[in-house]
Ligand binder design. Sequence first.
Ligand code: ATP
Length: 305
Amino acid sequence: MTEKIIEVNGLKKSFNDIEAVKGIDFFVKKGQLFSFLGPNGAGKSTTIKILCTLLDKNDGDVFIDGFKLGNDDNEIRKHIGVVFQDSVLDDLLTVKENLMTRGKFYELTKEELNNKVDEVNKICELGEFINRPYGKLSGGQRRRADIARALINTPEILFLDEPTTGLDPKTKDSVWNMILKLQKEINMTIFLTTHYMEEASLSDYITIIDHGEVVAEGTPYALRDKYSKDKLRIKPKNTESLIDILDSNVLDYKEDNDVIVIYLNDTLEAIEIINKIKDVISSFEVIHGSMNDVFLNITGGELND
Ligand SMILES: Nc1ncnc2c1ncn2[C@@H]1O[C@H](COP(=O)(O)OP(=O)(O)OP(=O)(O)O)[C@@H](O)[C@H]1O
């Protein structure tokens, strides 16, 4: 069995009378890309801050890479890398100077430090902007530099809180490819929060929380299978006859301008339906349920950001 690198049991945290996290359980296996999802205010940031030793818990047990949170926090800090939305890099220093400063914190020798900076430079493809002041970089370059900083101590687990928020689509892709590379090539465990469902669907396992409780978990495939429906999108040749057939077969559908969308119980049901309506349609397509559908069905809320 693959090792559980993060294990959370009965975790609770309140802020005065607000119960932000209400006794959650979950685990992450070593080498996984794990997405922790939920609407605004669900308790994601509170949980991630507790796991990263930045916030005290009220109750529950957390083990990170075999170390117990609350007892071995210094050890935990050595084994994790953390990138939050607000950067901690110094605007006035170059990226390289920032990385060197961070490396000294881990008491690396000069040679180890130089090697490490070269290594993260390659992984994060910092290129010539490594010698530019952090404050003068673009959003995407900053995010790469933030991740480079988090890699200086060769972490086992990288925590990324909404790593691509605010980036344009192309930059988002390049940051995302870097994250996938870390997982695939270095076997790093990635713990990610995101509001972009297409990103979450690339992860190995997803846990969704809402109002401080775990409301669903599984692989993207299993969640789609359980919480979203495939649809059959039809272009009618004869709308009236088509609707007659759909009504007489008690099928669940909606009219959407000049197309008709039929909700399927499973993908194969499409074959049976197409056979019944093939003479009155001009084209069709089967659309698979998306992670967006899953998220909306589970949280019943709007997709934020
Ligand atoms: N320091 C704090 N003091 C008081 N209440 C807090 C504090 N931090 C979080 N909360 C509350 O705890 C709940 C969970 O917040 P949290 O930031 O963990 O949610 P989130 O899932 O990360 O949301 P978002 O997607 O908006 O970042 C919210 O009701 C929030 O207002």
